[in-house]
Design a binder for this molecule. Structure first.
Ligand code: 4AD
Ligand code: MG
Length: 463
């Protein structure tokens, strides 16, 4: 790439190479008789580059004075200190080539557009301040996540996307099939005969890479996955999408306490890294969306997280005298309002809740001696609620089999998962962080549909 990135030009302490060439899109254009002021974005950083073009340029009348929002341009010129307060440097153009004009119906204009509207033009919304900043933050977070685990010697595992096992046992899987829906092959008793399907049995898009992650942890000790996961839950909320990215570390010779320590260190590390990598983007989010953003981030980075059991959490909620939309009692799953009360009002920082009733958690969680609770853990953060879910895994084969029976899971289907408990079983633990939930937390974005480039939600899979 021979041209300059706007980010590199703007971050310079002083101007070393005044002759520059930038390529990007016009954010705004103001024209007068003698001058045009153009704000150019190339997406490399939050800020635009201001360009001043004088009417002495050869194509001023024919082209430059007609530039408007959305046009793509290549600009040669001299980088100088800007007399304006808004920006440090600007470019005095010596040559402007129009690379692409915009049709009159270009939907992005200088005024503010609603997020709902921008979702309908998701192919263009990366050019707006908010979505552009979100995409850069996603990139910085992904990089920090890999760095964190790689520095610790964790092995990156590529878990399969198509699978026959329902990790969470919640029956929220998307079917993968090549059978003709109009005329599927049938068994003798009239059911669809999936033995004739592509994989010779029913198969689905994965809800989690955990089970396969466990097989790798019992070979390589410490692993992590980072890939897409899918859930066919029909919940139209601001925190659920049908396709999301999940990070799932799995650690052999590790219990619930080691797991909590790892989750806390992990969140602190990536929050700090994103803050360092994208200060301007986060500043924008703090100004436009969430005034408490930096206060929250400082809290997460500097203070130890609170740690309480589910039973303690229920006690706190019952004693709080608050009226919740969904009344809470021991044995019930916490709703978002309960989680947010604990982390935002009660502790005012991230909270790790452990030892949930076994009946509201998945089959693979380690059963406590009380026979009622399991060693599961959720990490709750202000604003977003649950960002991480994890557990110590049941590594005792007899206990695991009994739990599977109670939950009507076929031991045959999970034969390989049970094998791990027969061949050199060890205590092990892990967790999953929803990548988009983390993006909500670190940006203050309200709706998860703005935290992923192309959201998939009930009734909508455009683009
Ligand atoms: O709590 P969950 O269901 O846990 C698991 O899948 C475990 N197998 C993880 C493990 O122990 N390896 O999901 C993990 C996280 C949640 O805490 C949440 O952040 C996110 O995934 N998540 C979703 N994010 C967006 N949309 C959805 N529909 C989500 N469902 C879960
Ligand atoms: Mg969960």
């Amino acid at each position: 790439m021979k041209h300059n990135r706007i980010k590199d030009l703007l971050k310079q302490e002083s101007i070393t190479q005044p002759q520059v060439n930038i390529k990007g899109w016009v954010k705004t254009a103001r024209h007068s008789k003698e001058f045009s002021f153009l704000d150019i974005s190339d997406g490399s950083c939050f800020h635009d580059m201001q360009v001043v073009a004088s009417e002495s340029l050869e194509n001023y009348k024919s082209e430059i004075s007609k530039l408007k929002t959305g046009c793509s341009v290549s600009i040669h010129g001299t980088l100088v200190e800007s007399p304006g307060k808004e920006q440090k440097y600007e470019i005095q153009a010596s040559k402007i080539e129009v690379v692409g004009w915009v049709d009159d119906d270009y939907p992005l204009q200088k005024k503010r557009h609603s997020f709902e509207f921008l979702r309908t033009i998701a192919h263009l919304r990366g050019r707006t301040n908010t979505l552009g900043a979100m995409l850069r933050v996603r990139n910085a977070a992904a990089r920090a996540i890999h760095n964190f685990f790689q520095e610790k010697g964790f092995i990156y595992l590529h878990a399969p996307i198509i699978t026959a096992s329902d990790c969470e046992g919640a029956g929220q899987m998307f079917r993968v099939s090549v059978l003709d829906p109009k005329n599927p092959p049938l068994t003798e008793n009239g059911n669809v005969d999936f033995s004739k399907d592509f994989f010779g049995k029913q198969s689905f898009l994965t809800v989690s890479g955990q089970l396969e992650g466990e097989t790798a942890a019992l070979a390589l000790s410490n692993i992590y996955t980072f890939g897409p996961t899918f859930r066919a839950e029909n919940s139209n909320t601001a925190r659920h999408v049908a396709e999301f990215w999940m990070i799932e570390p799995e650690m052999a010779f590790c219990d619930i306490f080691g797991n909590m320590d790892m989750a806390e260190e992990f969140l602190k590390y990536i929050a700090k890294s994103v803050w360092q990598a994208c200060p301007d983007d986060l500043q924008f989010f703090q100004k436009m969306l969430y005034p408490d953003l930096f206060k929250n981030l400082e809290g997460i980075i500097q203070e130890p997280f609170a740690r309480i059991t589910y039973t303690e959490a229920i006690d706190i909620l019952l004693k709080s005298q608050k009226t919740f939309e969904y009344p809470i009692a021991w044995g019930k799953d916490m709703q978002s309002e309960h989680e947010r009360f604990l982390t935002e009002e009660c502790f005012k920082k991230p909270v790790i809740v452990t030892d949930y009733p076994k009946d509201i958690k998945a089959f693979y969680m380690y059963l406590n001696d009380d026979n009622k609770t399991v060693r599961g853990m959720d990490v709750l953060v202000p604003k977003t609620g649950e960002v991480i879910g994890g557990s110590q895994r049941e590594d005792r084969i007899d206990v695991l089999k009994k739990r599977m029976e109670e939950m009507h899971l076929s031991q045959e289907a999970y034969w390989w998962y049970l094998d791990l408990r027969r061949y050199g079983s060890v205590p092990h633990a892990g967790f999953g962080m929803g990548f988009e939930r983390f993006i909500l937390f670190i940006t203050g974005i309200q709706n998860i549909r703005e935290a992923i480039p192309f959201p998939r939600v009930p009734g909508y899979a455009e683009f």
